[in-house]
Design a protein around this ligand. Structure first.
Ligand code: PGA
Length: 249
């Protein structure tokens, strides 16, 4: 059975106190959601918020993890450390990491490997930039991103992967993909998963849409057959908006 999900990605927003306040508000409001609910927070929030949400249906995600197991990598946070906070998920492959921190396919494959080895579930992001969309290359791009970092996984490992299609031109820009544009590429992504892991696994794979998804457009996007939920940036920072998106799923 395919899991429907609404996941928040706080990015580099909210200090610890503000993050705890938002998580507390969400905890009080989300008691019996119709879909899985995950919040991705900065590393420093993880332990506190995971503890706060221990008896809540809301799960916690890191927004990144290191591409090394342990050792002399000043400033890095390993998958094992993330797991030890009580977080259950890690977001990997976000376009901001690929773009600003030069995360390559190989580096991401290693992060994926380490995250899985440490029992984390992964929200793996893919998506094309504006020029690629304008050149009609979006399918090629997402295929290469999947082949480059996650299609080496076994069928068993694949069960821990949630995909998030996030067109880079739609992230934080207010330019949402139309439901038709999003559905078209989601269906394509699912067909790639079917080719690789079989039809049943593809049917069970959760594919989120991200990129200026908000409380106004979520219902229309989520109504598409291959859009299983959303990865939400800006609108996840305001409890009222995030809750409205959860209710739309
Ligand atoms: P946005 O970000 O909702 O602010 O566009 C989405 C994301 O980057 O995950």
């Amino acid at each position: 059975m395919r899991t429907r999900m609404v996941a928040g990605n706080w990015k580099m927003n909210k200090n610890l106190q503000e993050g705890v306040a938002l998580a507390t508000e969400l905890k009080e409001a989300v008691k019996d959601p119709k879909c899985a609910v995950v919040i991705g927070t900065p590393f420093i929030h993880l332990a506190t918020i995971a503890e706060l949400l221990k008896n809540s249906p809301i799960k916690v995600a890191a927004e990144n993890c290191a591409d090394h197991e342990k050792g002399a990598y000043t400033g890095e946070v390993s998958a094992e450390m993330v797991k030890s906070t009580g977080a259950e998920y890690v977001i990997l492959g976000h376009s901001e990491r690929r773009q600003y921190y030069a995360e390559s396919y190989d580096m991401l494959a290693e992060k994926v490997r380490l995250a899985l080895a440490n029992g984390l579930k992964i929200i793996f992001c893919i998506g094309e930039v504006k020029e690629e969309r304008e050149a009609g290359k979006q399918n090629e791009v997402v295929k290469a991103q999947l082949e480059g970092s996650v299609f080496g996984l076994t069928a068993e490992e694949w069960k821990n992967i949630t995909l998030a299609y996030e067109p880079v031109w739609a992230i934080g820009t207010g330019l949402t993909a139309t439901p038709a544009q999003a559905e078209e590429i989601h269906a394509y992504i699912r067909s790639l998963v079917a080719e690789k892991y079989g039809k049943e696994a593809a049917e069970d794979t959760t594919i989120l849409y991200g990129g200026s998804c908000n409380e106004k457009n979520a219902a229309e996007l989520f109504a598409c057959p291959d859009i299983d939920g959303g990865l939400i940036g800006g609108a996840a920072l305001v409890a009222e908006k995030f809750l409205a998106i959860i209710a739309a799923r």
